[in-house]
Design a protein around this ligand. Structure first.
Ligand code: ARG
Length: 464
């Protein structure tokens, strides 16, 4: 018995080179549970259409259950001769049910099947991925909670800019992760249509009920256009974009950790469990988790651009190029699900050197803006205030002193605006407390942000 799904009109078998190029079962076998699920829904639709008797439906569903159990137990495995997951599973059904197994193919095509399988797969896996992202977001929030009173040097251009609470910084790395999860949820909402019933491209002459199939598979409905149904891979591209941007966020957080962990910064100490040694230098303790997170962003971006490039020139409707959509999805998912737990563990176990951060917070004349804003509150034009404080910074920089060190007389020479009162704003605590605008770094604002963050995370967790 031939197990190929398409041998009828061909005289000879496929060339080995074609078979080697064409085969996808070594990766799409991963979709088998979803293919079986879709097959059950299709069997019911065939039954309702009068194309399977009650008895045939019962045996068909029993056969699909048995096949699923055999797959799960590793008793049924695809062979190299099975072109793809659909071919393998049809062979399995034929082996169990004989000719009845051949009835399931009526009214459907691998074209609508594969898109259905991949949507079902992604809808499930996106939720698992979201949960892993929320774990990391939670670890960052927990760390932030520990550092609602730890001042740190806030930076722009990797230069000391203005002091911030370290908890504020940590939450700034956590916020994008919530957006990543909501992006996965948005993409899921658009993947929520079933292509089953599109057939090869045009629908079916059999009295099928795609809406019923869709509902049974947990979709909100079936696709509006069968040509689009078999060829649309927007849901793949959207998932890969969400994954690539998530990868970029993990990379940015990784870069922060690499810098914080350097001897020059010395802001954090990473746990032994999340660092590695060097085979040559006995003293080394390297932040490899953070570096791998940074490095893997490259392949995640690559998967997105690869799929977009694959899609851009495709004529309607199904084209075999579309088979190239799956490996990027699988690899993006596996990559992220490997990186995320390691990042979560690294962040959760990271200890922060509060004294180092606090000592560094005012360095680099980080309180200069506070002096300028004091002058503005006294009615000085900001332009003039900026210039006066600039003169103070230049003086201190060449004298090797801090902004509060010059005498009253020295201040007066630099600018008549620089009265002794300016020293009252030259504390890190005061500078942080003063930034009491929504989203600012004052403690009550950061505490409120943390609370709202946890609420938003819990809401997203309910979806995941
Ligand atoms: N393996 C194919 C894919 O991944 C399934 C659809 C094959 N359809 C076809 N007409 N050859 O897209």
């Amino acid at each position: 018995m031939t197990t190929s799904l398409w041998g009828g009109r061909f005289t000879g078998g496929p060339a080995d080179a074609l078979a080697a190029l064409s085969v996808s079962v070594h990766f799409d076998w991963r979709l088998a549970p979803h293919d079986l699920r879709a097959s059950r829904a299709h069997a019911r639709v065939l039954h309702r259409a009068g194309l399977l008797t009650d008895d045939e439906l019962g045996r068909m569903l029993g056969g699909l259950d048995d096949l699923e159990a055999a797959c799960a137990a590793g008793e049924f495995v695809p062979t190299a001769a099975d072109e793809d997951v659909h071919t393998a599973l049809e062979r399995g059904l034929l082996e169990l049910l004989g000719p009845l197994g051949g009835k399931l193919r009526a009214g459907r095509s691998r074209n609508d099947q594969i898109s259905t399988d991949l949507r079902l797969f992604l809808r499930e896996e996106s939720r698992g991925l979201a949960a892993a992202v929320l774990d990391l977001a939670g670890a960052l929030a927990d760390q932030a909670e520990q550092h609602l009173d730890t001042p740190a040097p806030g930076m722009t251009h990797l230069q000391h800019a203005q002091p911030v609470l370290f908890g504020h910084w940590l939450l700034a790395r956590a916020q994008p992760l919530l957006r990543d999860v909501s992006r996965l949820r948005d993409a899921d909402a658009r993947a929520d249509l079933s292509p089953l019933g599109s057939g090869a491209l045009a629908g079916s002459s059999l009295p099928l009920d795609p809406e019923a199939t869709a509902r049974e598979l947990g979709f909100a409905g079936s696709v509006a256009n069968s040509l689009d149904g078999v060829s649309d891979r927007d849901f793949v591209a959207e998932f890969l974009f969400a994954g690539a941007l998530l990868g970029v966020h993990l990379s940015q957080l990784g870069e922060d950790v690499v810098v914080w962990n350097s001897r020059e910064f010395g802001w954090v100490e990473l746990s032994d469990a999340y660092t590695t040694g060097s085979s040559l230098m006995p003293q080394k303790k390297n932040p490899d988790v953070a570096e791998l997170a940074r490095g893997k962003a490259g392949r995640l971006i690559g998967h997105l651009t690869g799929v977009l490039a694959m899609l851009k020139g495709l004529p309607l409707s199904y084209d075999r190029d579309l088979q190239e959509d799956k490996e990027p999805v699988f690899d993006a998912l596996d990559t992220l699900l490997t990186v995320l737990p390691a990042m979560t563990g690294m962040i959760a176990t990271m200890s922060v050197r509060r004294e180092v951060l606090a000592a560094a917070a005012p360095q680099g004349f980080a309180l200069a803006t506070d002096v300028a804003e004091l002058l503005v509150r006294r009615g000085v034009a900001f332009r003039e205030a900026h210039e006066a404080v600039g003169a103070l910074v230049a003086h201190c920089s060449s004298a090797g002193c801090e902004l509060g060190d010059p005498t009253d007389a020295e201040l007066a020479v630099l600018s008549p605006h620089l009265t002794p009162e300016i020293r009252t704003v030259l504390t890190v605590e005061g500078a942080i407390a003063a930034r009491d605008t929504p989203g600012g770094t004052a403690r009550p604002r950061v505490a409120a942000q943390l609370e709202a963050f946890r609420t938003a995370a819990a809401e997203l967790r309910a979806w995941a």
